[in-house]
Design a protein around this ligand. Structure first.
Ligand code: ATP
Length: 274
């Protein structure tokens, strides 16, 4: 992977524009992955993935267990180093960047395990997450009140009434929303969400779908999700991974109707379906 890009986050202007050499190509994505390979001790987890996600997209990533979804997210966020291939974000190569540098570039993710501090209030959790991007000097100064990004994140996730309650009292769904709020407060351009509706009630799923739709108005969002009903309701473009490669990509209806998807993802082999 090339190292021609500056080590620090690009400015707003350069972040919005594709890199010079690629500017001539039509419709470059905010995230561009090319010919990505990840090999773990001889096992190929990602096998030649090309993926382009445009600004403002709400993209769903699906695939059976072991398809490589989490590995792909791990590569984008710098947790896993690719064996070969390129990942570019807002025109900048992510090669060789550390996880915290990638967060500062504007990529945030949720994990399957919770990162919420139960004893801190909902507001304090968001404030703490937001402080990640603040300069140290401003952290050392005692701040009064709530910053705009924290207030806005709290409003977006709909937990304003619980702002001063400890996060430990939240329901499973509310906790997931808090984690999303903590991400938004960091001001990312791209959010990567790993199974955000897992374990949620029907009402919570619905609220999460609305929340993701709202967030996608001013962010790009990639969601790993298994729940087909949720996909049918909220997905526009779906990318299906299988055995480390992109099997199919398209709108939700086309993906669902694709016999290859039915075979590998839904587990409905043709003979069983007959
Ligand atoms: N650090 C690792 N070392 C070795 N193999 C790994 C490692 N991480 C992932 N794998 C393997 O790579 C493959 C892809 O795993 P990954 O977790 O990305 O799949 P997934 O699509 O997210 O699956 P799931 O839906 O079950 O979470 C799996 O076979 C997994 O066992």
């Amino acid at each position: 992977m090339s190292e021609e890009n500056p080590p620090e986050a690009p400015s707003e202007e350069t972040a919005a524009a594709p890199e010079r050499t690629e500017a001539a190509k039509p419709g470059p994505g905010l995230l561009e992955i090319r010919d990505l390979m990840v090999v773990f001790d001889g096992f190929t987890a990602i096998n030649g993935v090309d993926l382009t996600v445009g600004e403002g997209e709400l993209r769903f990533l699906i695939g059976p267990n072991g398809a490589g979804k989490t590995t792909l997210i791990d590569v984008i966020t710098g947790l896993t180093k690719p064996t070969s291939g390129t990942v570019r974000f807002a025109g900048a190569s992510l090669a060789g960047r550390k996880e915290h540098q990638i967060v500062r570039l504007g990529i945030g993710r949720t994990f399957q395990t919770s990162v919420v501090f139960e004893e801190l209030s909902v507001l304090e959790n968001i404030d703490l997450a937001a402080s990640f991007r603040r300069p140290l000097a401003s952290l050392l100064r005692r701040r009064k009140g709530v910053t705009d990004e924290v207030a806005s994140a709290l409003e977006t996730i709909g937990l304003r009434d619980l702002a001063d309650r400890p996060a430990g009292i939240l329901s499973h769904g509310q906790r997931q929303w808090l984690e999303i709020g903590m991400l938004i407060a960091q001001g990312p351009k791209l959010l990567l969400l790993d199974e955000p509706v897992a374990g949620m009630s029907k009402d919570e799923r619905e609220r999460t779908g609305e929340l993701l739709t709202e967030i996608a108005r001013d962010h790009t969002v990639i969601v790993i999700e298994h729940d087909m009903e949720f996909l049918r309701r909220y997905a526009s473009t779906v990318t299906v991974l299988h055995e480390g490669s992109v099997l199919v990509e398209g709108d939700v209806a086309a993906v669902q109707a694709d016999p290859r998807v039915q075979e590998v993802y839904l587990g409905r082999k043709k003979e069983e379906a007959a």
